[in-house]
Structures are given as C-alpha cells and as structure tokens.
Design a protein around this ligand. Sequence first.
Ligand SMILES: Nc1ncnc2c1ncn2[C@@H]1O[C@H](COP(=O)(O)OP(=O)(O)O)[C@@H](O)[C@H]1O
Ligand SMILES: [Mg+2]
Length: 225
Amino acid sequence: MNVRVQNLRKYFETSAGVLKVIDNANLTVEKGDFIAIMGSSGCGKSTLLFLLGCIDVPTFGSIYLDNVEVTEADESTREKIRLYNIGFVFQNYNLLPTLTVLENIILPMQLGDTFKGQREARALALLRVVGLEDKRDDKPTNLSGGQQQRIAIARALANKPGLLLADEPTGNLDAKTSRELMQVLRSINETQEVTLVMVTHDPKSASVANRIFYLENGQLRGTLV
Ligand SMILES: Nc1ncnc2c1ncn2[C@@H]1O[C@H](COP(=O)(O)OP(=O)(O)O)[C@@H](O)[C@H]1O
Ligand SMILES: [Mg+2]
C-alpha cells in the first residue's frame, strides 16, 4: 500500500490553548517501503500513527492510502479499512491474556474474510513467520516481552494488511531483544508485501528502516539512513 500525507494538521483544544501537535506535515511512502519516524516524547508520533491508521481524524489536510482519500470517508468505510488494510502493533503488545497465542492471532480473522476452515492454518503460518510455532497453545503471560511482541506482529498481519503501523514496538524491550524484533520486522517487510511505518525514539531500531523521518514542531523532515 502506498501512503500520501498532504498538509496534515492535528490540533487539540486544551485549557492552555490550542496545541498544534501535527502542523502541516507531508509524507510519501511507496508500496513496500519501510520507514521509521523518530522524535522526542510528546512530539506527536502516536497522534500521527492514529491518523494514518484511520483511528483519529485530522483537523485539516489529507491522507491517501493507495490513492484513496481516507480522512473524509464515512465511519463504516474507515472501519473496513482498519480491519482489512491496516495492522497495528503497540508498545505494550495488547494481547488478550485469557486467549492462547493461536486464539489471539485468529481473533481478527473472525471479523475479517478468512474462511473458518482456513483460520488456524493461516495463524500457524504467521506463527512460523515470527518463529514461534511451538508457542501456539501457550497463554501470552507465559511468554517473554520479545515473544509477546512477535505474537502481536503475527496478529497484526492476520487479515493481510497492506500497511503495518508500529508504535514504539521495541519500547519495552532490552537492546538484544530489540535487535531480534527489528530483524523480524525487516523480514516481514521483505516477504509479506507490507508497507511498514514504525515510530520509535531508539536510533538503533530506526536504522533498520530504509528511511528515517523526524517529527519536530509538527512537521516531518526526511533523511536517508
Ligand atoms: N486527545 C488529546 N487531547 C489533548 N492533547 C492530546 C491528545 N492526544 C495527545 N495529546 C497531546 O499531544 C501531544 C503529542 O502526543 P503523542 O502523539 O502521544 O506524542 P508521542 O507519541 O510522540 O509521545 C502531547 O503533548 C499530548 O499530551
Ligand atoms: Mg507515543
């Protein structure tokens, strides 16, 4: 999926006045690219991802996903885009503790269009992609942070999204586990035909991407890695 952001603004009304978190940001990401967005805490990285992920709407400006303007689409269209076209990975994994690893990965498929008889096989294939086939029947709480994040990545890919958004995916992991997780994201980007937009404040994690952008004063500035 390709992503185009044009003159994007997101303002919040606060007791202290208007907070211009995203203030005329522009960005183009080609299909299959892997970009990292860096910036200090509170600069608006999560806000930007929520806008890209059709979770929140901008104050002004446009977001095109595969050349379709999504910010003005109605809520049921945006819901479908979230379900079928976008995978989300969070810093805190957000796995459901009462479900097994396999059930966590199957869950989004129950809302999507994978036939019932194919869901388990697809979940197992995704577990192979993240290297955790042997954990299929474990509960997430029995796994390490790095393993839980791999499961969260597998779940995010359940409905074959064209765009994977990752918000500080290594934020809770040590340096070695972060390196391993970034290799998983790298290989997914190379083998699963998915465009990857990752937000991080860790330069080592960011360096695995093809390009790094900096979010500062509400605007994006790009560099080559
Ligand atoms: N719904 C909201 N209402 C008011 N302020 C918000 C809201 N969401 C985020 N903010 C503010 O916007 C700024 C950017 O937040 P965020 O995108 O979470 O930053 P980051 O992910 O880069 O740490 C912060 O100052 C935060 O307090
Ligand atoms: Mg954040």
